[in-house]
Design a protein around this ligand. Structure first.
Ligand code: SF4
Length: 275
């Protein structure tokens, strides 16, 4: 697994951006995340070692543009070169997540066609309003590998109308991280899973987020536990499909036990979020 951030910084465009981790981390260093700049790693996919081999070895999954949005307008000047690098490294798999699927038609390269086969372009939705705006565009978009990312999950979602399309390879759900995280309710996660099971679409519960509500109780979950707790839920749904190519994460069979989570009011300095 490799990470490639060709540019850094972003503009908030929807509710899911409110507590953006890029802003949170930049603020610690006195940096303004609204100033978008090309990074020193811009040409990373093409960089080579002394022996001539690429720094990013063939076959790697490259998590791309996780300190910005790949389709951000402020990066229009740099993106054509980034597309060229993606096309040239057809031996890598580029994993991209965007909130700006509505810009793809404007900024896709001329030879994009139905989408480069080495690109998974995920569409993120945080609430029903954004799902109903972005997902019809996403379904119609020329993207070969489509995944819906419901993170941060801010409310119950009805994705059923969009899951009927075989193009959707997977749904990923997760709560919000950070000190100001908004609650993620387990019943929303379970309901998304139910919709995926009914549609035969793989489902992954990636992380609880920092403020997790289960059976009426609110838990402040430390960052180090958020992924582990989601795995312990054991609710990933990974049907074997003829077109499966993704290395889906194997779910644990352990249930989430209340005593493995931390009640919000037991952590020092953490205000209770009990409702
Ligand atoms: S689109 Fe992503 S990177 Fe940009 S502000 Fe929103 S959450 Fe942050």
């Amino acid at each position: 697994m490799a990470q490639w951030n060709p540019w850094h910084g972003c503009t908030k465009i929807s509710e899911g951006c409110r507590n953006c981790y890029v802003y949170r981390i930049d603020s610690r260093h006195g940096r303004d995340s609204r100033e978008v700049c090309r990074t020193g790693d811009f040409d990373l996919p093409l960089r080579r070692r002394r022996d001539g081999r690429y720094k990013i070895a063939s076959g790697e999954t490259v998590y791309t543009c996780f300190s910005s949005d790949f389709l951000l307008d402020a990066a229009d000047e740099w993106r054509p070169e980034a597309w060229k690098m993606i096309r040239r490294r057809s031996d890598l798999h580029f994993f991209i997540i965007t909130k700006r699927i509505d810009r793809l038609a404007q900024v896709a390269p001329a030879d994009w066609g139905d989408g480069y086969p080495n690109v998974t372009l995920c569409c993120t939705v945080e609430n029903q309003d954004r799902a109903d705006y972005r997902l019809p565009l996403y379904l119609a978009a020329p993207v070969r590998r489509k995944i819906i990312v419901c993170e941060p999950l801010l409310g119950a979602l009805n994705l059923a109308p969009y899951l009927a399309y075989p193009a959707i390879m997977q749904v990923i759900a997760g709560g919000e991280s950070g000190p100001h995280a908004r609650p993620c309710r387990y019943e929303w996660v379970l309901d998304l899973r139910r919709q995926c099971v009914e549609a035969g679409v793989p489902f992954v519960f990636k992380q609880t987020g920092a403020c997790f509500v289960k059976e009426g109780r609110t838990y402040a979950v430390p960052r180090s536990e958020q992924h582990a707790q989601a795995r312990k839920a054991g609710i990933d749904y990974l049907p074997v499909r003829a077109d499966d190519e993704m290395p889906y994460r194997t779910g644990s069979t352990l249930p989430i036990l209340p005593d493995t989570l931390f009640p919000a009011d037991t952590l020092p300095g953490t205000p209770s979020r009990k409702k």
